[in-house]
Structure formats: structure tokens, C-alpha cells
Design a protein around this ligand. Structure first.
Ligand SMILES: NC(=O)c1ccc[n+]([C@@H]2O[C@H](COP(=O)([O-])OP(=O)(O)OC[C@H]3O[C@@H](n4cnc5c(N)ncnc54)[C@H](O)[C@@H]3O)[C@@H](O)[C@H]2O)c1
Length: 284
């Protein structure tokens, strides 16, 4: 396989998870955060996550040490220059991601693959910011990345067959089960999932049922592992609003317009687990 060194940009929920998956799969990982403090806390989080797996007997201590030895946390984007694949996993905002693709295209070797972990944004809009639109695709992991088997490999209209094949090979080397999908907002999973999550918030907002009863109903009635409000907290409410806005912009379907309560909660910085408070309180 031609991919040996993987760069990851963004050390939030997903960037950290993708770093863990890639390092455990044997790739050299360069994880780029903007601030030294978040780079350090990502490494601390990775150490904690791998230590838990060793304690539970799911990982050998020697494999933990080897995985940690393969991860380098950096703050300078230029450190990604030698990567064979760079996956961006920064905030779900198109202009911000486009600026990053400009920079990556300038810094990273010509043959390298550039990928986005976007949940809904148009991959072609990032690809066209580069001089290599055929070498850009989506590699969309699910949350939490170490646990979820699915990866959506997204083909922009500019993406070459070779790029798709290499991205699939990478996902499989990470132990994932990839599916291929065209570059349409929401791809497969979020196009189906987010109308459901949004409607759960509308039910809650309308007072049709309590938070706990909505979540209990979907667990008990549909055998889902989590209720929709708990799942929104896991995804992050800011990311969820961004996903719904992208779906709405693409399809103009009012069903995708974010429930007003979601926006209010984002304004109040109740983003879910990552800020300690969302539909549930995680601070205790
Ligand atoms: N949360 C999920 O369930 C989930 C699942 C799959 C894919 N995604 C996608 O992954 C990406 C990251 O989401 P996340 O949940 O990890 O978000 P997060 O909020 O946990 O992390 C976002 C990261 O982006 C960085 N960032 C913010 N503004 C930036 C800027 N201007 N320039 C560079 N970096 C910046 C932050 O420092 C942080 O490291 C998004 O595209 C999101 O749609 C999220």
C-alpha cells in the first residue's frame, strides 16, 4: 500500500479518533492542532483511551506503546509536507475548510491524497481549491471513530478511480467497512439520520414528550442503542446545526431547517458532551 504516513488536521472529537484508529492500524500519524495545549491534550486523551483498552484486555501493552510511538502531535501545518494522505477534520465550515485545502495543496507532495471528514459539505468545493481535484475525496468516519465500523468514501465528480481505490484500501487497513457514495449533501447516513434527529428536537420543543421519554421510546421501540437527544449531544450541537444547514442549503426542504431550540442551545454554548451540557448534563 502506498500510504504510510497519514496527516490529520484538527484535534477535536473526530480528529483524535481518526488518529487513534490510524496509529493502531500501523500508520505513522502526524496530528496537527493549532495550539500546543490542544496537541498535548490530544496525546493525553490518546494515552488514556489506549490504557483503558489495555486494562480491559483488548490491547497488548506493547501494541499500545507502538501505537503511541507512531503519533507525532504538531502545531505547524508544514510538518504535514511528507504525508501520503492528509485527512482534514476541522470545524464544519466550508470557507474554513477551503482555506485549509489551499494551504495543504501548497505544502503537501504532488502525489499525496487529500481527504475531508466533512459530514455534509460538498467535497468538490474543497477539491477545486487545489491543483489536484482528482486526488481529493471524502473519507467520512463515524463517531466514535475507534468503535464505529463504517467509513463513507465520497466520490466528488473530479475524484479519480485510483483515489477512490486508495481511500478504500486505507479504510480497510484501518479495520473499517467502507461504502462508496456520491458527493451529495449528507451522503448516505446523515441524509437519513438528520431529519430524524431534527424532528426529535421539534417533538421535544413542542412538549409532545419529555427528553427521557423521547430517548426511551426510540431505544425501546426501534432497538436503537441511543435515543436521538443523547445522540445529538454525542455529535455536538454546533456540528449538528452545521449539518442541517448544509442539507437545507442543498435540498431547500423545510424538514432540514434546524429546529429553533438547536440554535438557541448553540448560542448558549450547550454543545453537548464536549462542553459538558446539552440536552443532558455531563458535568457531574
Ligand atoms: N461529531 C461527529 O459526530 C462527527 C462525525 C463525523 C464527521 N464529523 C465531521 O468532523 C469534522 C470535525 O468535527 P468534530 O466533531 O471533531 O468537531 P470538534 O468541534 O470536536 O473539533 C473541531 C476542530 O476544528 C478546529 N478548528 C476550529 N476552527 C478552526 C479553524 N478556523 N482552523 C483550523 N481548525 C479549526 C478546532 O480547534 C477543533 O480541533 C467536521 O467536519 C464534522 O462535520 C463529525
Amino acid at each position: 500500500m502506498s500510504i504510510k504516513r497519514v496527516g490529520i488536521v484538527g484535534s477535536g472529537i473526530m480528529g483524535s479518533g481518526i488518529a487513534e484508529v490510524s496509529a493502531k492500524a500501523g500508520f505513522d500519524v502526524v496530528l496537527r492542532s493549532r495550539a500546543r495545549a490542544s496537541a498535548d491534550s490530544m496525546v493525553a486523551g490518546l494515552e488514556k483511551s489506549l490504557a483503558k483498552q489495555v486494562d480491559k484486555g483488548r490491547l497488548e501493552a506493547s501494541d499500545r506503546d507502538a501505537a503511541l510511538g507512531r503519533v507525532r502531535a504538531v502545531t505547524d501545518l508544514e510538518e504535514l509536507a511528507e504525508c501520503d494522505l492528509v485527512i482534514e477534520s476541522i470545524v464544519e465550515d466550508l470557507p474554513t475548510k477551503q482555506q485549509l485545502f489551499d494551504d495543504l495543496d501548497r505544502l503537501v507532495g504532488d502525489g499525496a491524497l487529500l481527504a475531508t471528514n466533512t459530514s455534509t459539505l460538498a467535497v468538490v468545493e474543497m477539491a477545486m481549491r487545489t491543483g489536484r481535484p482528482d486526488r481529493v475525496c471524502g473519507i467520512h468516519f463515524f463517531n466514535p471513530a475507534p468503535a464505529m465500523p463504517l467509513v463513507e468514501i465520497v466520490r466528488a465528480i473530479t475524484t479519480s478511480d485510483d483515489t477512490m481505490a486508495e481511500a478504500r484500501e486505507f479504510a480497510e487497513a484501518c479495520g473499517k467497512s467502507p461504502v462508496e457514495v456520491r458527493d451529495q449533501a449528507g451522503f448516505i447516513v446523515n441524509a437519513l439520520l438528520f431529519p430524524y434527529l431534527n424532528n426529535a428536537v421539534k417533538l421535544y420543543e413542542a412538549g409532545v414528550a419529555s427528553r427521557d421519554d423521547i430517548d426511551a421510546a426510540m431505544k425501546g421501540g426501534c432497538n436503537f442503542p441511543m435515543g436521538p437527544l443523547a445522540l445529538l449531544d454525542l455529535v455536538g450541537l454546533d456540528t449538528s446545526v452545521a449539518i442541517l444547514e448544509a442539507l437545507f442549503a442543498e435540498f431547500q426542504d423545510p424538514n432540514y431547517a434546524p429546529a429553533p431550540l438547536l440554535r438557541r442551545m448553540v448560542s448558549a454554548e450547550r454543545l453537548g458532551r464536549k462542553t459538558g451540557q446539552g440536552f443532558y448534563d455531563y458535568r457531574k
